[in-house]
Design a protein around this ligand. Structure first.
Ligand SMILES: [Zn+2]
Length: 247
């Protein structure tokens, strides 16, 4: 049995994909579209992500032309999704002295003192570009996430006598974590922004998928056994994600 490993940094989906250059006429304007050929897909799929870019999955044997037609046929649905994305409150993207960020479930202020930036119990050397603290603070948060979430996962797996192969910290847009059949666990770095009990619940949730690869009643029974208070964590996640960063 190999010890679980984790990668040194956050794996970002956006680093892997490319800039969409295609647009589709929609309503009075245009929307950006990314056509994705997926041989494993069984049908055409439309997905709208937080970045406002429409993803159109083309299944095996499908064509780009039909995919475009399919998207245009669903213009009403797409426009509704565009409105939803626009109405979502966004966290400020340029962080400065005094900006509040969410850290371990609390709103904390970024404070610049001479050559350091501090928030909560964290302090880091100032390396801001044009007064924008975002890149450096973000990097710090992600490094903390890699270290702490990976350690916590390994610790909880051990405690519950579960074998995991790898923990990867990612920058998923719409999920908190996942667990593969090969016992690879992926976690969202933003769990460093949630209260500790929420992060712990997500880790336990993914670990319990090693016992039950589904969301059956049996699965939830496993979750309740190891995390009796999980409903509270679910409620926090339902109510609060908008205050998380959207990078
Ligand atoms: Zn699940």
């Amino acid at each position: 049995m190999k010890p679980p490993v984790y990668r040194a940094g956050v794996v970002s989906r956006s680093q892997q994909s490319f800039c969409p250059s295609e647009t589709l006429p929609m309503g009075a304007g245009h929307i950006s579209v990314l056509f994705l050929k997926k041989p494993a897909a069984k049908r055409y799929i439309l997905r709208m992500k937080d970045d406002g870019v429409l993803r159109v999955t083309i299944p095996r044997g499908g064509s780009r032309n039909y995919a475009q037609e399919f998207a245009l046929k669903n213009a009403d649905w797409i426009q509704k999704q565009v409105e939803k994305v626009k109405s979502r409150p966004r966290f400020p993207e340029i962080w400065q002295h005094g900006t509040e960020i969410l850290f371990r479930g609390e709103r904390v202020k970024l404070q610049v003192h001479e050559d350091t930036v501090s928030f909560a119990d964290q302090s880091l050397p100032l390396a801001a570009v044009d007064g924008n603290l975002t890149p450096m603070v973000l990097r710090h948060l992600q490094q903390l996430a890699v270290k702490e979430l990976s350690q916590k996962t390994i610790e909880l797996a051990k405690q519950h006598q579960l074998t995991i192969r790898r923990v990867t910290i990612r920058s998923q847009r719409s999920r908190w974590g996942s667990c593969s059949t090969n016992a690879n666990i992926s976690l969202n770095w933003r769990l460093i922004q949630t209260p500790a009990y929420v992060a712990e619940y997500i880790i336990l949730h993914e670990l319990m998928h090693l016992k039950q690869m589904n969301h059956s009643a049996r699965f939830w029974k496993c979750v309740a056994e190891v995390c009796p208070d999980y409903a509270r964590a679910e409620a926090w996640l339902k109510a609060k994600p908008n205050s998380l960063t959207n990078f």
